[in-house]
Design a protein around this ligand. Structure first.
Ligand code: ADP
Ligand code: MG
Length: 352
C-alpha cells in the first residue's frame, strides 16, 4: 500500500514535521487553557493595618496572597525613613550616629531636594524644629517670639543639607531631617513597584490618604477617587463628606489639608503649616491641595508645598509643570468653598 503523503504549498510534508506540528498544536491548546484557568483563579485581596502612625489599605487582584510581602516592604520604608523609629537610618543620621544614607533614604532625599528647588524652598525636609516650636505654641497658646523663630532658622533650610553619593552632610548638628511629608507617598510607590514586579495589574494602594491605582477595580471599572470636603468652621473640625470625585486609574495622588490643622487665636486663623522661608504659619485661604503626579512621592511632596505656597503660587507652578495636576479647594468670601482644578483634569463636583 502506497504511503499516504501530505502536500503543502511547497511540496510533500515529511512525517516528522506533521508529528511535531500536532504536538505543538496540542501544547498551544493546553497552554492557552492553563493561562485562562489561572486567570480565572485570581482573587481580590485586601491588606490593611497600622503604619507610620497612620493606616495602609491595599486591594489587589492576584493568584496568591501577597500581604506579608507588602507589610515587609512597608517595614523596610519604616526602617529607613521613620521619625518614630529611633533605629531608622534617618533617625541615626539625625542623631549624628552615621552620615551614610541607605538606598531608600538617598532616593527620597534626592527627590525632596528637587522639590525644594522647584518650589523655591516651600518644601523643606529640615523645617521640623520650626514646626515643633509652633506646634507647642499652638497647644499652649503662646506663640514663639521673633527671636526664638530667628534662632531656629539658623539651622533650617534645604540649602544647609547636602547629599553627595550616599553621604549626608548637615551644616549644623541641630538640624533635623523629617521626611514625614514625602515618606507616605514614597511607601505607596514602593508597594506599587512590588505588586507590578509580581505581575499584579489591578490594584489600589493607600497609605495615610496618599493613593496609587492601576488597572480596574473589583467591578472591572476604572478607579475613581473622592476628595474630602474641607471645612473652615473651627479648629480640629472633621471634614464633611465628599467635595469632588475624579476618575483616577493608573495615577498617583496625594492630599494635604489645613482643615484638620489650624488654630484660632484672637479671631485669627493660624494654619499648622509653617512656611520654611519665613519661619511662620502661612496666611492664605487654601484649605486643601490634592496633587496628581507621576509618582506618589512627588504628589505627596507637592501637596505639602502647595499648602505652604497658597493658591496663586501653586497655580503658577502647575502651569510650568504639566506633569502635575491638582485640585485646590479654598475658602471663598463668606466661608464658601471654591474648588479649582487643572483644566486637563476631569473632576465631577455634582453627581454625589
Ligand atoms: P498633610 O496630611 O497635611 O500632608 P502630613 O501629616 O502628611 O500632613 O505631613 C506632616 C509632615 O510634614 C510632618 O512630618 C512635618 O514635619 C512635615 N512638614 C511640614 N511642613 C513641611 C514643609 N514645608 N516641607 C516639608 N515637610 C514639611
Ligand atoms: Mg504630604
Amino acid at each position: 500500500m502506497a504511503k499516504e503523503k501530505t502536500f503543502s504549498a511547497f511540496g510533500p510534508v515529511p512525517q516528522w514535521t506533521r508529528k511535531w506540528g500536532m504536538l505543538f498544536l496540542i501544547l498551544l491548546v493546553v497552554g492557552t487553557g492553563f493561562v485562562l484557568w489561572r486567570n480565572g483563579q485570581k482573587q481580590w485581596h485586601t491588606a490593611s493595618g497600622p503604619i507610620f502612625g497612620t493606616e495602609y489599605n491595599v486591594k489587589y487582584l492576584a493568584h496568591e496572597n501577597l500581604d506579608k510581602d507588602l507589610l515587609g516592604e512597608l517595614q523596610r520604608v519604616d526602617n529607613s525613613l521613620s521619625m518614630f523609629n529611633q533605629n531608622s537610618n534617618l533617625s541615626k543620621i539625625n542623631k549624628g550616629l552615621t552620615c551614610e544614607a541607605d538606598e531608600l533614604v538617598v532616593e527620597v532625599l534626592t527627590l525632596a531636594q528637587q522639590v525644594s528647588g522647584a518650589t523655591a524652598g516651600a518644601f523643606d525636609v529640615t523645617v521640623g524644629p520650626l514646626v515643633n516650636a509652633w506646634g507647642f505654641g499652638f497647644k499652649q497658646g503662646t506663640m514663639p517670639t521673633d527671636a526664638q523663630v530667628d534662632s531656629l532658622r539658623a539651622f533650617v533650610g534645604a540649602d544647609k543639607l547636602k547629599l553627595t553619593g550616599n553621604k549626608v552632610a548637615r551644616a549644623d548638628k541641630r538640624m533635623v531631617i523629617d521626611c514625614g511629608a514625602i515618606a507616605k507617598g514614597y511607601a505607596v510607590d514602593r508597594l506599587a513597584g512590588l505588586l507590578r514586579a509580581r505581575g499584579v495589574e489591578h490594584f489600589m494602594i493607600e497609605v495615610g490618604g496618599e493613593i496609587r491605582t492601576h488597572g480596574k477595580n473589583s467591578e472591572d471599572k476604572d478607579w475613581s477617587i473622592g476628595i474630602q470636603r474641607p471645612t473652615s468652621s473651627g479648629a480640629g473640625s472633621e471634614s464633611q463628606g465628599i467635595e469632588a470625585i475624579m476618575p483616577c486609574s493608573n495615577k498617583a495622588m496625594a492630599t494635604s489639608g489645613n482643615y484638620r490643622n489650624f488654630y484660632v487665636k484672637d479671631g485669627k486663623r493660624y494654619a499648622h503649616t509653617i512656611d520654611p522661608r519665613t519661619g511662620r504659619p502661612v496666611e492664605h485661604s487654601l484649605l486643601s491641595a490634592t496633587v496628581l503626579a507621576p509618582t506618589c512621592a512627588e504628589a505627596d511632596a507637592y501637596a505639602t508645598a502647595f499648602m505652604v505656597m497658597g493658591e496663586e503660587e501653586a497655580k503658577k507652578l502647575l502651569s510650568a509643570q504639566p506633569q502635575l495636576q491638582a485640585v485646590l479647594i479654598s475658602e471663598g468670601k463668606d466661608g464658601t468653598l471654591v474648588t479649582w482644578h487643572t483644566p486637563t483634569l476631569y473632576v465631577d463636583k455634582n453627581s454625589h
